[in-house]
Design a protein around this ligand. Structure first.
Ligand code: PGA
Length: 243
C-alpha cells in the first residue's frame, strides 16, 4: 500500500485530484469507479477546476459508481445520481451516456445486480476505483458481515449507516433502508484503488482496516490483499495508524 500523508482535508483533496488527473492523462479512456459521501467532494471540486483550466479532458472517460440507494428515483435530490451530477458530471465534459450508477428504481433487485456487474465486465473492468470508508469499515455499502459479498448486491443498511446518512434527510425514517452496491469482489477486481480517509472520527476505522486482521467484520480490511492500493489520508485520520 502506498500512503500519502496530507496535513488536512484541502491537501488530501489536492493530492487525490492530482492522482486521478494523472490516471486520466495517462489513459484517456480510463474506466473510473466513483464514490459519493462528504469525503470526495474536494476531489471533485479539484477535477472540475482542472477541467475549467483546460488541463483535463473527460471526453473518453467512463465512470461507474460504487452504489445507489434503492427506492429513490435518479432525480431525487438525495440519490447518488443527483449527487454525482451536481458535484462532478455537470461540471465537466464527461459524456452523459458514459456515467453509470445502479438503477435505484429497478423493482427486480437481483436482475439489477446482475445487469450492473455485467456492465462493469463489458467495460473491461475498472482502472481506478475511488473509495471512502464508513465508521464501521464499510466500503461502498458493503457492511460488516460474516462473509465478503462477491458481486454487486442489494444490502440492508445497518443502523449505524442510517444514522451517519440521516444528516442528508429530514429524519432517519426517510433514509432508504436498502442500497445497491458493488460487491467486495467487484471492488477487488479494480486494477487500482484510490482510498481517501479524512478526520479524527475515521482514525479507528483506518487503523482497523490497514493494521488489523482481514475479516468481513471490517470490510475495508480486504484491501490489504489488493496489489495496488493508494491511501490518501490526513493527519487526523492517521492518528491511530502505527506501522
Ligand atoms: P463519508 O462517507 O465520506 O460521507 O464519510 C464515506 C462512506 O461511508 O463510505
Amino acid at each position: 500500500m502506498k500512503l500519502y500523508r496530507a496535513s488536512n482535508y484541502e491537501a488530501l483533496s489536492r493530492i487525490a485530484a492530482n492522482l486521478m488527473a494523472a490516471q486520466i492523462t495517462l489513459k484517456p479512456d480510463s474506466v473510473i469507479g466513483l464514490a459519493t459521501g462528504s469525503t470526495p467532494i474536494g476531489l471533485y471540486d479539484g477535477l472540475a477546476a482542472k477541467y475549467a483550466a483546460g488541463d483535463l479532458d473527460f471526453s473518453r472517460v467512463t465512470t461507474v459508481n460504487l452504489d445507489e440507494y434503492r427506492g429513490l428515483p435518479a432525480g431525487h435530490e438525495q440519490s447518488y445520481s443527483h449527487f454525482m451530477h451536481s458535484h462532478l458530471f455537470d461540471r465537466i465534459n464527461l459524456p452523459k451516456d458514459r456515467c453509470f450508477l445502479p438503477d435505484g428504481t429497478c423493482a427486480d433487485a437481483e436482475a439489477e445486480c446482475r445487469r450492473y456487474e455485467a456492465l462493469i465486465e463489458s467495460l473491461g473492468g475498472v482502472d481506478m476505483q475511488l473509495l471512502g470508508i464508513g465508521h464501521n469499515g464499510h466500503i461502498g455499502f458493503n457492511e460488516p458481515a460474516e462473509a465478503f459479498a462477491r458481486d454487486t448486491n442489494c444490502v440492508t443498511l445497518t443502523r449505524r449507516t442510517l444514522e451517519a446518512n440521516q444528516r442528508f434527510f429530514r429524519s432517519i425514517d426517510e433514509v432508504p433502508k436498502q442500497a445497491f452496491t458493488m460487491g467486495i469482489g467487484t471492488i477487488m477486481k479494480a486494477r487500482k484503488i484510490l482510498m481517501l480517509i479524512t478526520g479524527a472520527d475515521k482514525a479507528e476505522a483506518l487503523a482497523a482496516a490497514f493494521c488489523g486482521p482481514i475479516t468481513p467484520a471490517m470490510p475495508a480490511s480486504i484491501l490489504q490483499l489488493h496489489p495496488d492500493v493508494t491511501l490518501v489520508a490526513d493527519e487526523a485520520a492517521l492518528a491511530q495508524y502505527h506501522v
